[in-house]
Design a protein around this ligand. Structure first.
Ligand SMILES: NC(=O)c1ccc[n+]([C@@H]2O[C@H](COP(=O)([O-])OP(=O)(O)OC[C@H]3O[C@@H](n4cnc5c(N)ncnc54)[C@H](O)[C@@H]3O)[C@@H](O)[C@H]2O)c1
Length: 447
C-alpha cells in the first residue's frame, strides 16, 4: 500500500481514538503512559516480560506509587479499555502504535547497556510492522534511534522507517510521584526519524498532552533529553562541591545557599548525600558515550563528586562517632529513608544503599526506617520510628520525606540520654535539637 494511504489511515485512527496502543514495559514510565492513553479512550494493551507484575496489575494491584494511577487503571480495566499480557509479540502485533518504555541502563564500566531495548525491538521486528508507529520512550544514548533501532528493524525485516513504518523518539520528563500530572502538562520534545514520523507522533501525543509539543529530528531529541539530566547532575555536583568546601569552614551549606540564591541571577541546586533514581546517575554516561575520547572533563568529574557523597557521609559519621568515644563497628545506626528522594518509594541507585553497604562492611548494625518502601539493602527494617531511635546510637537522615521534618525531638530526649542526629538534608532545626541535649551534625557543620 502507498505510504500516503498508510499515513492517512493511521492519522484517522489516532484522531478518532480508534488506534490500538501497545505499551511495552509497565514500570514507572510505562504504566502511567498506559493509564493516560486508556483514560483518554484509546484501547491499550500493556505488555511486560515480568509475569508476576502482569498477574498483579491485571487484578488491579498497582506496583507503581503514583497519585491517581490506581483509580485510572481500575476504571480502564472495568470499562474494557486496557488489558495486560506477557506476550509482547502478540501485543505489538495487535496494535497500531507501539510505545517502548523498557529500562536502559549502564553496565559496571558505566557503558550503555541496551539489552532490554534490543530485546523489545526483536519482539517488534517479529510482527508485521508495516503502517505502524513505533515510539521509543526509554532514555537512549545519542544515535540509538537511527543507528540501533531503525537499523536492527531493517536488518531483521527489510522495512525502512519513514517509508514502511514510522519511528519517533519521545523521551519522558516525568518525576516519580508526579508522573501522571507531568505526563499531561510538561512541555515535550519529539524527534522523528523523518518529518512525517514527528508529525504522526505529535498527533498521537496531542490527544493527551496539554503542554507544548516541540518537534525536531531524533538525534537532537536524544541529545536534548541527556542535556537536561546532565545539567542537573553537574549543578548538583557544584552544590556538593560547595558543601565540601563549607565543611572545611564549618559553615551550614543550606543556609549559605539560601542566602546566595537571593541574588536575582543565582540559582544554586540543593546539595545532599548523593544522587539517585533511574535517570541522573545514568544519563550523563549516555551523553559521554557519544564521544570517542573523553574530551569532556566537567561531566565525569561531576559524576565522581556525586558518587562520592555517600562515602563522605559515611566518613563523617565515623569521625563523629569516634569524637564521642564510639567506634563505627558495633555501633547501631538508624537510617531514615532509603528512597532516593522525598515522598516516593523509588530506591533505584539510592545513595542510602552505598551508605548501608559501607556500614555493614564495617560491622555496624544498620537499621532502616522508611514507611514508603520495604527495601532495606540488607539492613534491619524498623516499623516504628521511636522504637528504632530507642534501639540505636544515632540516626542518619538520608531522604527528605516530609514526615521526617516532624520528628518529635522532645520524645527523643525522653528516650535517650545521648543521641546523635546526622541530618544530611538540612531538615531538622539544629537549635531545637541542641536545646534538647541531642548532638546535631549537619551535612557540613556541627553547631
Ligand atoms: N522513572 C522515571 O522517572 C523516568 C523518567 C524519565 C525517563 N525514564 C526512562 O524510562 C525508561 C523506563 O524507566 P522506568 O523507570 O519505567 O523503568 P522500570 O524498571 O520501572 O520499568 C521497566 C519495565 O520494563 C519491563 N521490561 C524489561 N524488558 C522488557 C521487554 N523486553 N519487553 C517488555 N517489557 C520489558 C520490566 O519488567 C519493567 O517492568 C528508562 O529508559 C528510564 O531511563 C524514567
Amino acid at each position: 500500500m502507498d505510504k500516503r494511504v498508510l499515513k492517512k489511515g493511521l492519522l484517522k485512527k489516532i484522531k478518532g481514538l480508534e488506534a490500538v496502543l501497545c505499551v511495552l514495559g509497565l514500570g514507572h514510565v510505562g504504566l502511567p503512559i498506559a493509564a493516560v492513553f486508556s483514560d483518554r479512550g484509546f484501547k491499550v494493551i500493556g505488555a511486560d516480560i515480568n509475569e508476576s507484575l502482569i498477574n498483579r496489575v491485571s487484578m488491579g494491584e498497582i506496583h507503581v506509587e503514583e497519585p491517581g494511577l490506581k483509580d485510572r487503571i481500575l476504571k480502564s480495566i472495568g470499562e474494557g479499555r486496557i488489558t495486560f499480557t506477557t506476550d509482547t509479540v502478540q501485543a505489538a502485533q495487535r496494535a497500531d502504535v507501539i510505545i517502548v518504555c523498557v529500562p536502559t541502563l549502564v553496565d559496571s564500566d558505566k557503558k550503555p547497556d541496551l539489552n532490554p531495548l534490543n530485546r523489545s525491538i526483536e519482539s517488534v521486528a517479529d510482527i508485521h510492522l508495516k503502517g505502524k508507529l513505533l515510539i521509543i520512550s526509554s532514555t537512549v544514548p545519542p544515535r540509538t534511534i537511527k543507528g540501533v533501532v531503525a537499523r536492527k528493524i531493517e536488518d531483521l525485516t527489510g522495512l525502512k522507517c519513514g517509508l514502511d513504518y514510522w519511528l519517533a523518539y519521545c523521551p519522558e520528563r516525568v518525576t516519580p510521584g508526579k508522573a501522571l500530572r507531568e505526563f499531561i502538562w510538561n512541555p515535550r520534545v519529539i524527534g522523528g526519524c523523518t518529518q512525517v514520523c514527528s508529525e504522526i507522533a505529535k498527533e498521537l501525543y496531542s490527544q493527551v498532552v496539554k503542554g507544548k509539543i516541540f518537534i525536531t529530528n531524533c538525534l537532537t531529541a536524544e541529545i536534548v533529553k541527556l542535556l537536561e539530566n546532565t545539567y542537573r547532575d553537574v549543578n548538583i555536583a557544584l552544590a556538593n562541591e560547595f558543601a565540601l568546601i563549607c565543611r572545611g569552614l564549618n559553615i551550614n551549606i543550606f543556609e549559605a545557599i539560601n542566602l546566595a540564591n537571593t541574588h536575582p541571577r543565582v540559582n544554586i541546586h540543593i546539595p545532599g548525600p548523593g544522587t539517585g533514581g533511574p535517570c541522573i546517575p545514568k544519563d550523563p554516561y549516555f551523553l559521554l558515550s557519544a564521544v570517542e575520547k573523553t574530551e569532556p572533563k566537567l561531566i565525569p568529574f561531576s559524576r565522581q563528586i556525586n558518587e562520592h557523597m555517600p562515602i563522605y557521609v559515611f566518613n563523617r559519621l565515623k569521625e563523629t562517632l569516634e569524637e564521642d568515644g564510639m567506634k563505627i563497628g558495633g555501633s547501631k545506626v538508624l537510617i531514615l529513608g532509603v528512597a532516593y528522594k522525598g515522598d516516593v518509594e523509588d530506591t533505584r541507585n539510592s545513595p542510602a544503599e552505598t551508605l548501608i553497604r559501607k556500614l555493614l562492611s564495617y560491622r555496624a548494625e544498620a537499621l532502616v526506617y522508611d514507611p514508603f518502601t520495604p527495601t532495606t539493602f540488607g539492613a534491619k527494617r524498623v516499623r516504628n520510628l521511636y522504637l528504632g531511635i530507642k534501639e540505636s546510637d544515632c540516626m542518619v537522615i538520608m531522604t527528605d520525606h516530609s514526615l521526617f521534618r516532624e520528628i518529635d525531638l522532645e520524645e527523643i530526649r525522653k528516650l535517650k540520654d545521648k543521641y546523635i542526629i546526622f541530618d544530611t538534608r538540612g531538615i531538622i532545626n539544629h537549635q531545637k535539637a541542641t536545646s534538647k541535649g541531642i548532638k546535631y551534625v549537619g551535612l557540613t557543620f556541627t553547631p
